[in-house]
Design a protein around this ligand. Structure first.
Ligand code: H2U
Ligand code: ZN
Length: 345
């Protein structure tokens, strides 16, 4: 028996049987095995990770006035604060000749910076006030403008939580700029271009329409933004954040879109924190059209949130075994994940 839901008519049978879903943005498939989650949800409510922290830590290399590695000191900053990463993975170096041969090597030029979101050591993005989050958004846009004038790609991201390899709980993100398109970005670019050529509209504009039409994976919606657990999500509680207007890069966001973005970010991140009663770890980052001066009508600005947690504050999903050798796999369906996120306080 097939029970039809929504206007896209994805049969409910897909809530029960193994199937594969296509991720048109990454150009890859994900295996979904919902029959493994037929057991009722016991939802452990461990209050792990929300430990009290001081608002200033004299030993923190990101707090105002403190010394960083290499002897530089942070100013007594009051809002956001950006500095050049003292251990940059990319350097603003001159191009060099590379040898031909089977083993390929290529030069790369770039820069890495650290963005402190707040002088307060004890806050997270989710806990900051909406106007303060708005300041972070403005800083992100400034970084894309500044570095984008010199580099083809500007990658904004945040690693949050020790489980994600984050070195410091002080709220901060990073920006890495490079003169080449990184691998995953190139793939997204190719996939969006391919869709645009075949359908005459941007892939993520169509995704927005389809996700709104279906509705089951929508977690938050504001005047200008949509937050979904995408149809093709790989991570259990992955988010895709989409603008409702065809915006290609962060600096193009209007005043209203930026303020509204601060709002939906806060709401979405509060849902994350509420899910397992923990300061939810994740890697998040922005993808927009390359800053190479070209026109890229196939590109839509968007953010990805990849959180590792699966069942509780301590039980995480591992991308190992089948995932490393064959294809990403998930048990809980994106519809179930969105439902759980919507029902968190
Ligand atoms: P995480 O977001 O992964 O915690 O990284 C923080 C960055 O801060 C990391 O890239 C940099 C590290 O190189 N850092 C400095 O630039 N100066 C310091 O004094 C310590 C850490
Ligand atoms: Zn600090």
């Amino acid at each position: 028996m097939l029970i039809m839901m929504g206007q896209t008519r994805m049969p409910m049978i897909f809530e029960q049987v193994p199937h594969r879903r296509f991720n048109p943005l990454a150009g890859e498939w994900v295996l979904v095995s919902p029959h493994r989650t037929q057991r009722p949800w016991q939802g452990q409510q461990e209050a792990a990770g929300i430990e009290g922290r001081p608002d200033y830590d004299p030993g923190c290399y990101l707090c105002p006035r403190n010394e960083r590695a290499g002897g530089k000191s942070n100013p007594d900053y009051t809002g956001t604060f950006v500095f050049q990463n003292d251990f940059s993975a990319l350097l603003d170096q001159e191009p060099f000749a590379t040898p031909d041969g089977f083993f390929e090597v290529a030069p790369v030029r770039g820069e890495c910076r650290v963005i402190c979101f707040s002088p307060r050591h004890d806050l997270t993005l989710a806990e900051m006030a909406v106007p303060e989050i708005r300041q972070v958004i403005d800083t992100w846009a400034e970084q894309v403008l500044d570095l984008g004038a010199r580099y083809r790609w500007v990658q904004l991201f945040e690693n949050k939580g020790a489980i994600m390899g984050c070195s410091n709980p002080h709220p901060h993100g990073q920006v890495w700029a490079s003169d080449t398109l990184p691998t995953l970005v190139q793939r997204e670019s190719d996939c969006q271009l391919d869709f645009y050529r075949r359908h005459g509209e941007p892939l993520l504009a169509r995704t927005l329409v389809e996700e709104l039409k279906d509705g089951r994976r929508v977690v938050e919606e504001t005047d200008h933004w949509l937050l979904v657990v995408p149809f093709w999500a790989t991570w259990p509680f992955e988010y895709l954040l989409l603008p409702k207007r065809a915006v290609q890069r962060m600096p193009e966001l209007s005043d209203a879109e930026r303020s509204d973005l601060a709002l939906i970010l806060k709401r979405g991140l509060q849902r994350y924190d509420g899910l397992f009663q923990t300061s939810f770890p994740y890697t998040m980052g922005w993808h927009g059209a390359p800053t190479d001066g070209g026109d890229h009508p196939h590109w839509t600005l968007h953010a990805h949130f990849y959180p590792p947690l699966l069942r509780s504050a301590t039980v995480r999903k591992f991308m190992v075994g089948y995932e490393m050798l064959a294809e990403p796999q998930r048990d809980i369906t994106p519809e179930q994940a969105a439902d759980r996120l919507r029902s968190t306080a």
